[in-house]
Design a binder for this molecule. Structure first.
Ligand code: NCC
Length: 338
């Protein structure tokens, strides 16, 4: 892996590993808390607390970079408060991410973790779509083929989930509301991810300043979500209703996942982020067997294999354009050149 950006390949692999493992356990944990009986916590409040925690962590990292609070305050004042026009660029992805983060909780109330994780890979398609539309990225024929393969893989997994629904012993939950939520979530993830990458890589502004800008608006959008959706419930049962150590763990993991997402997008890109989460499909599937007693049939395995094959095909780098050469005065086609 190229390392002309000041960080080692080891660090990039480490960041991808944290992202993947964290996402795997995060989805399992959200699914576990949404599937259990008892008073349910409000997902809007966890999204809001996650934004607050990411803002605090980003400020701490910036403080460490500046070796003290004075440099950090100056940096934030100059780049976040004085340059409001620039700061406002992050309002768009923050609103989209707030919607997406809430959709994840909604979806995981209706479908199981492994199916969610596999279906959510559709975001590779939406990300590719937005890469083409917003960054002018060109995709090779193999890469488009990979996208079609991905469709088939995901369709197979869904087929099995729908079949399993008839068998109560399998305890697989699949509800069309969950599917719609995932599809919307994929659009949000693709758009917001590519938008963030475009802004981040299109200017000199540091990652942590960009994150602070994003999380300031994230708090505002998540706060609006809390008021619009759950104000009456909070008035009657409190902000922290249904909270226990697992919910706090979810907030911690969501913060780690978000911050590492930003690191991976900065030093790699959105597509590689997609590969790393694809690995978590396999882990989530294996762990679902252990935690939820889920059984997988041939369709699930086939679908998952197709999805992974598609992810692999998509990652094959485009061949550099081969030029014809003149050898001994004869024009040779690329294959003929020795
Ligand atoms: O869906 P995904 O990420 O694209 O969502 C990105 C998450 O990162 C946060 N973010 C993004 C940029 C930035 N500068 N700071 C951030 O905090 C956004 O708020 C958003 O939550 C993935 O690629 O699949 C990934 O998936 C999520 C999560 O599993 C799904 O969104 C669940 O539906 C992962 N998050 C966690 O594991 C907590 C993320 O790490 C990878």
């Amino acid at each position: 892996m190229a390392s002309g950006d000041g960080v080692s390949s080891g660090f990039k692999i480490y960041a991808l590993l944290v992202l993947t493992l964290n996402a795997t356990f995060y989805i399992l944990l959200v699914r576990f808390t949404r599937a259990r009986d008892g008073q349910q916590y409000l997902s809007t409040t966890t999204v809001l607390l996650t934004e607050c925690s990411k803002l605090c962590i980003s400020l701490c990292v910036l403080m460490k970079t500046h070796k003290g609070p004075v440099g950090m305050v100056k940096d934030v004042y100059k780049n976040v408060i004085c340059d409001m026009q620039d700061t406002f660029k992050m309002a768009v992805p923050s609103v989209i991410y707030a919607i997406q983060n809430n959709l994840a909780f909604y979806a995981l109330t209706y479908i199981d973790a492994a199916t969610y994780q596999v279906t959510y890979q559709l975001k590779i398609i939406t990300t590719a779509m937005f890469m083409v539309l917003m960054l002018g990225k060109q995709l090779s024929r193999t890469q488009w083929m990979a996208i079609v393969l991905l469709f088939f893989g995901v369709a197979l997994v869904q087929l099995e989930s729908i079949e399993n629904k008839e068998d109560p012993s399998q305890q697989v939950k699949f509800d069309v509301r969950g599917l719609v939520a995932i599809l919307l979530s994929c659009l949000c993830s693709g758009f917001a991810g590519v938008y963030f990458e475009k802004i981040l890589k299109g200017s000199e502004t540091s990652l942590w300043i960009r994150n602070i800008q994003l999380y300031v608006f994230g708090i505002a959008s998540a706060g609006t979500g809390v008021i619009l959706k759950d104000l009456p419930a909070i008035m009657s049962n409190g902000f922290f209703q249904g909270y226990d150590r697992y919910v706090f763990l979810i907030i911690g993991m969501a913060s780690i996942g978000g911050l590492y997402t930003s690191i991976v997008v900065k030093y790699l890109d959105n597509i590689i982020k997609g590969f790393s989460t694809a690995i978590s499909i396999i882990l989530a599937a294996l762990l679902s067997v252990y935690f939820f007693g889920k059984h997988f049939g041939i369709l699930f395995l086939l679908g998952t294999s197709l999805v992974l094959a598609a992810v692999y095909l998509y990652s094959i780098p485009k061949k550099p354009e081969q030029k014809s050469s003149i050898v001994n005065g004869t024009l040779m086609r690329p294959k003929e050149v020795v």
